[in-house]
Write a protein that binds this ligand. Structure first.
Ligand SMILES: Nc1ncnc2c1ncn2[C@@H]1O[C@H](COP(=O)(O)OP(=O)(O)OP(=O)(O)O)[C@@H](O)[C@H]1O
Length: 225
């Protein structure tokens, strides 16, 4: 059973979550806590169940058993490969979807919503591309667009699925810096990744294997000399 409710502290908690696709157990009692103010990475082999777990946290899938507690609304940044980039939408359209998530679909945006959209595009450096269509962008530009959409929601919880995969080192650094900034602002930041650089830049690394999550490993940024 999924109980999704506001937790009393700024922490995302997953407790004893079990999930299987037909004939394929994936999560078997997975547990994790993600504190606000820290960048938390979820690592694991291909097929370990990272995306499935993120789907459950975001409410896209229901676990067969277990609970998810959230300190507030979630902004989800999917894998770029999950997007149909042929959709005839511009960068600004995509970022505006973040404002609609709060305002309600198709309701007119307020001046403050438009300012949030513009501010988010400027923050990730895609404002010069606002009128460009998604299918005219590089992978890094699409990733920045998705991050701007998440920023526009103002959500206190940001979940990202492999945000740096396939990007060059400059954009990977931009993404890592932005995650650190979002955490420093007091948000809960959880990202699934295989990227060693992104793992090193994270404050906490959780390892998903055999359906469960092992104790956090210290990372370079959390080790005090
Ligand atoms: N819709 C689905 N139906 C059936 N099986 C699925 C489905 N989605 C994923 N799986 C399987 O569930 C397992 C976990 O998949 P998931 O995508 O969650 O892993 P992952 O850790 O995110 O992998 P990757 O690192 O390759 O993205 C895999 O064995 C995958 O083949």
């Amino acid at each position: 059973m999924l109980v999704s409710s506001a937790a009393t502290t700024a922490e995302l908690r997953v407790r004893d979550v079990w999930f299987a696709y037909p004939n394929r157990p994936v999560l078997q009692g997975a547990e994790l806590s993600v504190r606000a103010g820290e960048v938390t990475a979820l690592r694991g082999d291909n097929g370990a169940g990272k995306s499935t777990l993120l789907d459950i946290v975001c409410g896209v899938r229901r676990p067969h058993r277990g609970t998810v507690e959230l300190p507030g609304r979630i902004a989800y940044v999917p894998q770029r490969t999950d997007l149909d980039s042929r959709l005839p939408v511009t960068v600004r359209d995509v970022v505006m979807m973040g404002a609609w998530s709060d305002r309600g679909l198709w309701r007119p945006l307020r001046r403050s919503d438009r300012r949030a959209v513009q501010g988010a595009m400027e923050r990730v450096g895609i404002d010069p591309l606002a009128s460009r269509r998604l299918d005219e962008l590089s992978g890094g530009q699409v990733q920045r667009t998705l991050m701007a959409r998440a920023l526009t929601t103002g959500a206190p919880v940001i979940i990202l699925d492999e945000p740096t995969t396939g990007l060059d080192s400059e954009v990977r650094r931009v993404v890592a810096d932005l995650l650190a900034e979002l955490a420093a602002e007091g948000r809960v930041v959880l990202h699934a990744t295989h990227d060693e650089e992104a793992l090193r830049a994270s404050d906490v690394v959780l390892h998903l294997a055999h359906g469960t999550i092992s104790t956090p490993q210290p990372t370079a940024s959390s080790v005090v000399e």
